[in-house]
Design a protein around this ligand. Structure first.
Ligand code: ZN
Length: 585
């Protein structure tokens, strides 16, 4: 048995920020396996196929075979996958679930939240920051695929700020330049750089989480204390902020589309829902840029270095808590605590709630009262309430359960009350339209009850037309006509290998479009092009002729045989027609 701390010499150590795919490739080079696929299968315990590059799963198998020589499995999760990135927008429970699924695996790729605009082609090409690459080659001797190289919507190196170059050519390069364009505009570049840096902060687990983001929005007045969002205002102002767009064309389109942003931001008002991290990053950039607009209740002293000798009683006069002191001095809370302690003033602020006060708070918490109102009622900070809540075992779960039951009751009664309006029973479509939130909630949590309820309503005469649909998907698809043409051209190019029919599936594969993207395009009336039989047969025959120009086989029958094509009546006539054109020419 090999000891935990003595990695076998043949196992290459991971490089900082390296993706698992990149590391696996280096493990493969050093292994005695001939096939990359077989090697990946052996260390992952399953084929790599369907494994997301961002969130590879069955990590525990990998940890047992290779990873354990370098890391604990949690380190593996946070240092080499996109787990911290996605976890930033999830609740703790959802985050833990995701981690468990990454560790033990499941069927199909993990997809915590669908990437916005997932219908747009995201070329699967190698992209590198040239400076990073140069440094790696000098210090390590090989190239490293890092997390930011594959991060959604990132076009710049978070460390150097350089544009991430595409290292392939042909249709792959076309495809990439269709999506990522290096910009000369200073604001667009700045946007792209900031986006990359914020993405990197999420990956390192030190970015602002969804919770922080909500607090900031609240402070800026976009969100009320109760959690309802001034969505229109937020959408308008964030659109204005990113008016110059990004280097990732899909992201530029995203920030320009009202409907898409509205739908995403709307989710913020429900604390149990998560959004794609790309939206969180956009909001973080937006709120950070505007945080100077936040009215501060107390005047902040010019920030200098504070020493405890300078801290007089008068300096902290009027402050009721350590937080207030910190705000007044312009330092972090921990620093303020330290200063107060050294200055011997700590006792004044160590305002512990008397025990019966704590009991009262806990009682309120048990009754599932919102934290904000508990804090206001007892005159403590929400943070203190949260801390107290964690000390009581099972309290959080009980609150959640109670809140859930209460919500269930409320939603059901709302639906029941809505049944008759103006003396008639409403239709299902009307219910969906007018009580959209209730409908969605019930559909998610109480499907069976909703089904029974809907059956009691009047049947809709006509199917409800969809409203508020984003124009973005239509635009995004339409702007790709040129791309589709190029992909089709490249799929039908004659090369030395035997030409194959450029079927729809083949063209989609060239574009790295998934089935979902193809389906959406079809719904939008934008079919992925496919070669018809005649064009294909002619191309095959042309290829045979090019291969052996002196060959002269009279009948169409034999031409088809030579070209390796199944002989049908239709194809024979295509052959004859082609031969006649040749003679005419
Ligand atoms: Zn770089």
């Amino acid at each position: 048995m090999m000891g935990k701390n003595t990695p076998p010499s043949s196992l290459p150590a991971p490089v900082q920020e390296e993706t698992l795919a990149s590391w696996l490739d280096r493990v493969y080079i050093h292994s005695d396996s001939f096939h990359r696929r077989a090697n990946r299968r052996s260390v992952l315990g399953a084929p790599w196929r369907n494994v997301s590059g961002l969130l590879p799963y069955r990590l525990r198998v990998f940890a047992d075979s290779v990873g354990q020589h370098f890391y604990s499995d949690t380190e593996l999760l946070t240092l080499h996958t996109f787990y911290p990135y996605f976890a930033a927008t999830m609740t703790d429970t959802a985050g833990r679930d995701l981690a468990e699924r990454i560790f033990s695996g499941g069927r199909g790729p993990l997809c915590p939240t669908r990437e916005p605009l997932s219908l747009a082609a995201r070329p699967d090409v190698g992209r590198y920051c040239l400076q990073c690459q140069r440094e790696d080659r000098i210090s390590l001797g090989f190239d490293v695929g890092r997390r930011y190289n594959v991060a959604p919507f990132v076009t710049r190196c978070p460390f150097h700020g350089d544009f991430i170059s595409v290292l392939s050519d042909g249709v792959e390069r076309d495809l990439a330049s269709f999506r990522w364009k290096e910009s000369q505009s200073a604001t667009t570049r700045r946007n792209a750089q900031q986006f990359a840096r914020e993405t990197q902060r999420l990956l390192e687990g030190c970015g602002a989480t969804l919770m922080t983001c909500r607090h900031r929005l609240e402070a800026m007045g976009y969100m009320t204390k109760e959690g309802s969002l001034r969505v229109k205002q937020l959408v308008d102002e964030s659109r204005a902020h990113f008016a110059d767009g990004f280097e990732d064309q899909a992201l530029s389109r995203l920030v320009a589309d009202k409907e898409m942003l509205r739908r995403a931001f709307q989710r913020l008002s429900d604390t149990r829902r998560s959004i794609h991290p790309a939206y969180l990053i956009l909001l973080n950039l937006f709120t950070e840029a505007h945080s100077s607009d936040v009215p501060t209740s107390e005047k902040t002293e010019p920030s200098g270095v504070w020493r405890h000798e300078d801290l007089r009683k008068s300096a902290v006069e009027g402050c009721s808590s350590v937080t207030a002191v910190a705000r007044k001095l312009g330092v972090a809370t921990t620093t303020a605590t330290l200063l107060l302690r050294r200055a011997g003033l700590a006792d004044r602020f160590n305002v512990r709630q008397p025990d019966d006060g704590i009991a009262a708070i806990l009682r309120d918490l048990e009754a599932a009262t919102p934290v904000a109102s508990v804090a206001a009622h007892h005159g403590v900070t929400p943070l203190r309430v949260y801390r107290l809540m964690r000390t009581a075992p099972g309290l959080i779960e009980r609150r959640r359960e109670r809140a859930y039951v209460a919500e269930l009751k409320l939603r059901r009664s709302t639906a029941e009350a809505a049944r008759t309006t103006d003396g008639r029973v409403i239709t299902a479509a009307e219910f969906r339209g007018t009580y959209r939130n209730d409908y969605c909630w019930l559909l998610k949590h109480d499907k069976e009850w909703l089904r029974v309820y809907l059956a009691t309503l009047t049947r809709s005469a006509v199917s409800a037309s969809r409203t508020g649909r984003s124009s973005l998907t239509v635009e995004a698809a339409a702007s790709e006509i040129e791309l589709l043409r190029r992909a089709y051209d490249s799929a039908t190019q004659i090369d030395e290998r035997r030409p194959y029919r450029a079927s729809r599936k083949r063209v989609a594969k060239t574009l790295k479009l998934n089935d979902y993207a193809v389906k959406i395009r079809k719904e939008l009336g934008l079919l992925v092009p496919a070669e018809d039989d005649e064009a294909f047969v002619r191309r095959r025959i042309e290829w045979v002729k090019n291969l052996s120009p002196d060959l002269n086989i009279g009948s169409s029958e034999r031409w088809l045989k030579k070209a390796g094509l199944r002989r049908t009546k239709n194809r024979r006539s295509i052959c004859v027609a082609a031969a006649r054109e040749n003679v005419d020419a």
